[in-house]
Design a protein around this ligand. Structure first.
Ligand code: F6P
Length: 360
């Protein structure tokens, strides 16, 4: 059995734990009849034949180590059919590396874009198994991605740390949370950290609603507020503009580093209360994985190895209703999972008084 493995896209905390699950299980099944090749820096290694053989020992001692021992990089799907700067056909190059190493299968640990490429390679005749990686938890077909809970934990800690200083200074604090176009991380971290207002892309906000929540808290004796803002959060008035109109509007106004800084200016203008912005940024992808992720990653890794043993290729391992299952890559590739505005978790958050900035 000859298996290739790579980690692609933005890193997250339990990539190593997942590879360990795959590697240990495969070595336990195939013993000396197994060769695993780890490609360096994601698809880059597969394209340019940069790899190393991974022994059984390579999968030991990495369960709790963040990042990825193989390195990773972004190889945008929309450019995958474009030749590289030297005219190399990247898809053909990947197929050649796979064939030269006489691989039986390629395991891809990746998020949305990376799994689209995984699906393309499957359609091009390679045997591929996908593992759902991303702190954003925005992959269709799985209830949970590995990395999400660890990142939520870092973001929650950031909110916790802000809480005491916010109360002491009677300020409004904005904590900007990653998640790309999806508000899942912000929703969870906001709930876990006790944010007063949560702004996510799926529920466009009205600045007046945000300010009236802050003022309502003020008048009820809570002179500080914490707003958890998704990096992709958007105001209602911007959400109804076309991409072109929004670009034009942004180019004409003050340029802000992110939505949080624009919101901070607006809140100060309307309420006169001091506002501070905290952006934990890539710390959210760093450090050791939390226990939940270690368990999920291990189980995903084991399932990926089982799929290889069963020659059940073209699938992504997934968590559905608390069961580890597999779903066809072709069914999930390119589909985004977003927060459902009418879901129970949103209703629960509203029930404890959290504002999503949509109701004045
Ligand atoms: O997809 C993971 C993620 O961390 C997003 O939450 C974020 O928008 C993006 O990656 C940041 O990407 P980069 O590390 O390339 O700046």
């Amino acid at each position: 059995m000859r298996v290739g493995i790579l980690t692609s896209g933005g890193d997250c905390q339990s990539l190593n734990a997942t590879m360990r699950g795959v590697g240990k299980t495969l070595y336990n099944i195939y013993g000396n009849d197994l060769s695993i090749y780890g490609f360096e820096d994601g698809y880059h290694g597969l394209i340019y034949s940069e790899y190393r053989k991974m022994e059984r020992s390579d999968f030991s001692g990495i369960l709790n180590i963040g990042g990825t021992i193989l390195g990773t990089s972004r190889t945008p799907f929309k450019l995958i059919r474009e030749p590289d700067e030297n005219g190399l056909n990247k898809v053909e190059a990947m197929k050649n590396t796979y064939r030269q190493l006489r691989l039986d299968c390629l395991v891809v640990l990746g998020g949305n874009g990376s799994l689209k490429t995984a699906n393309l390679l499957q359609q091009e005749g390679l045997n591929v198994v996908g593992c759902p990686k991303t702190i954003d938890n925005d992959l269709w077909g799985t209830d949970m991605t590995f990395g999400f809970h660890s990142a939520v934990s870092v973001a929650t800690n950031a909110i916790d740390c802000i809480h005491t200083t916010a109360a002491s200074h009677k300020r409004v604090f904005i904590v900007e949370i990653m998640g790309h176009k999806v508000g899942m991380m912000t929703l969870y971290a906001g709930l876990a950290g006790g944010a007063d207002i949560i702004l996510i892309p799926e529920i466009p906000y009205h600045i007046d609603a945000v300010c009236s929540k802050i003022q309502e808290r003020y008048s009820h004796g809570s002179p500080f507020s914490i707003i958890a803002v998704a990096e992709g959060a958007i105001s209602y008035e911007n959400s109804i503009l076309s991409k072109k109109e929004l670009k034009k509007k942004r180019s004409e106004g003050k340029i802000y580093p992110s939505v949080s800084y624009e919101l901070a200016d607006q809140v100060f203008e309307k309420t006169g209360i001091e506002v501070r912005v905290t952006v934990p940024g890539h710390t959210q992808r760093g450090g050791a994985p939390v226990a939940y992720d270690r368990v999920l990653a291990t189980r995903f890794g084991v399932e990926a190895a089982m799929l290889i043993q069963k020659k059940s290729f073209g699938n992504m391992v997934a968590l559905v209703n608390n069961e580890i299952v597999s779903v066809p890559l072709a069914e999930i590739a390119g589909k985004l999972k977003t927060v459902e505005p009418e879901s129970q978790i949103i209703k629960d958050a509203r029930a404890v008084g959290i504002s999503f900035g949509d109701e004045v």
